[in-house]
Design a protein around this ligand. Structure first.
Ligand code: C6P
Length: 404
């Protein structure tokens, strides 16, 4: 039963005012809001459990370790990974991608090719460019279309037997396009290339089944799905993670240390040097519990309806152009209004308590493709309402009157 009033009452921030107006938070793709169920877990950690994990004989450390490893188990079960040790806690999507890129710097060589898509966030472009500079490997790009989808028809001319790695986001942060990752993974595996899927924007909307996708690496950030910032995950197939060298050296990631030689811990600890974000990891697990209690089917049905409603309402505004009209989309609308800079619209909406993101959304190649400097992006969550969409539309009408 999807009870929107009950859901909204779980999020204390949704009842605050901004610039004297009730907040309308439509910047969920940047970061989602946090329900009491997650905030309470963080408070409880610092109130009852605060200690270091994996190393204490004392009760607090044991309980904190149990809670942290319990969260890893929840993440494994949520994403249907085969083993808990295939889930590595990281600081988020960006760090997860850099971890993999760093690992492949000793594996790739000149002549190898890496394939990315034209729809990537900078986090899934720049680390690979840096890797290419180090190794002499070459970056190829799957192009996009005017609809904001990937041009999958020419995939066979881009993925070849020189391809070693393919990187695609599950959902585009700038346009909301859901990419055909199953097809891309299958094509990459045909030439024995490995695939990393950036799930940062998919995770709040779609429950990915990693074993059924047969994906090699999948990464996300907890703050996109009602969890805290500064924590995320890297999933990797056991055999692949075992082959990669550690990312950082330090405590926790070792088996033995002498001045002559260090041996490394088994997975997942080999990739988790130093004291982690313990409360964050535990809260990541709590955030998944929260969303699973509502149910991903209910969430996506509600959001699809909200997306339809918002798209229809926005299209009625004169001079408004939507970027990204893929048949399969999450609840993200990127748009511009003829003759007005996105930043000006964003600032006026803010005066009315409406939060949207404006600019290139860390996806400059997409903006270049459309020959624009940026867009206004309204990104919706399951706790948004039709009334909030109406507030956005009304806000845009007022902004247009003021600026045109
Ligand atoms: N996108 C947005 O407003 P981090 O910052 O590491 O948690 O996530 C980076 C990242 C990687 N991939 C995709 C597809 C993303 O959307 C993001 C974060 C935010 O769109 C902030 S730039």
């Amino acid at each position: 039963m999807f009870d929107i009033n009950k859901i909204r009452s779980d999020f204390p921030i949704l009842s605050r005012k901004v610039n004297g107006q009730p907040l309308v938070y439509l910047d969920n793709a940047a970061t989602s809001q946090t329900p009491n169920q997650v905030i309470n877990v963080i408070t409880d950690y610092y109130t009852r459990l605060n200690s270091n994990i994996h190393r204490g004989v004392h009760k607090l450390s044991q309980e904190a370790t149990e809670a942290y490893e319990g969260a890893r188990k929840k993440i494994q079960q949520h994403f249907n990974a085969a083993h808990t040790h295939e889930i590595i806690f990281t600081a988020g999507t960006t760090e997860s991608i850099n971890l993999i890129a760093s690992g492949y710097s000793s594996i790739l060589k000149k002549g190898d090719e890496l394939v990315i898509s034209a729809l990537e966030h900078h986090s899934n472009i720049v680390p690979w460019q840096m890797l290419c500079e180090k190794t002499g490997a070459e970056l190829k790009v799957i192009p996009m279309t005017q609809k904001g989808t990937l041009d999958i028809n020419i995939l066979d001319s881009i993925i070849s037997n020189k391809t070693r790695l393919v990187f695609v986001n599950h959902v585009s942060n700038a346009l909301g396009t859901v990419n055909p990752i199953k097809e891309i993974i299958a094509k990459a595996h045909n030439v024995k290339a490995e695939v990393l899927i950036d799930g940062a924007q998919a995770c709040p909307h779609i429950k990915a089944d990693l074993q059924s996708l047969d994906v090699d690496y999948y990464v996300t950030s907890a703050h996109k799905l009602c969890g805290p910032t500064g924590v995320g995950m890297l999933y990797g197939k056991e055999a692949l993670l075992n082959k990669l060298p550690p990312y950082q050296g330090g405590g926790e990631m070792i088996a033995t240390v002498t001045f002559e030689k260090t041996t490394y811990a088994d997975l997942p600890h080999k990739f988790e040097a130093g004291t982690p974000n313990i409360s964050g990891g535990i809260a990541f697990g709590a955030a998944l519990d929260y969303m699973n209690d509502i149910g991903f089917e209910a969430i996506s049905a509600y959001e699809a309806e909200l997306l339809d409603y918002a798209t229809t309402a926005l299209k009625e505004l004169p001079g408004l152009k939507i970027y990204g009209e893929a048949p399969e989309k999450t609840a993200v609308i990127s748009f511009n209004i003829e003759g007005i800079h996105p930043y000006d619209i964003g600032s006026i909406l803010d005066q009315m308590g409406i939060a949207v993101r404006t600019g290139h959304h860390c996806a400059q190649p997409i903006m270049d493709y459309f020959e624009i400097s940026g867009t206004i992006r309204a990104s919706f969550s399951f706790y948004n309402t039709r009334e909030e969409v109406d507030r956005l539309v009304e806000g845009l009408r007022k902004a247009m009157k003021m600026l045109q």
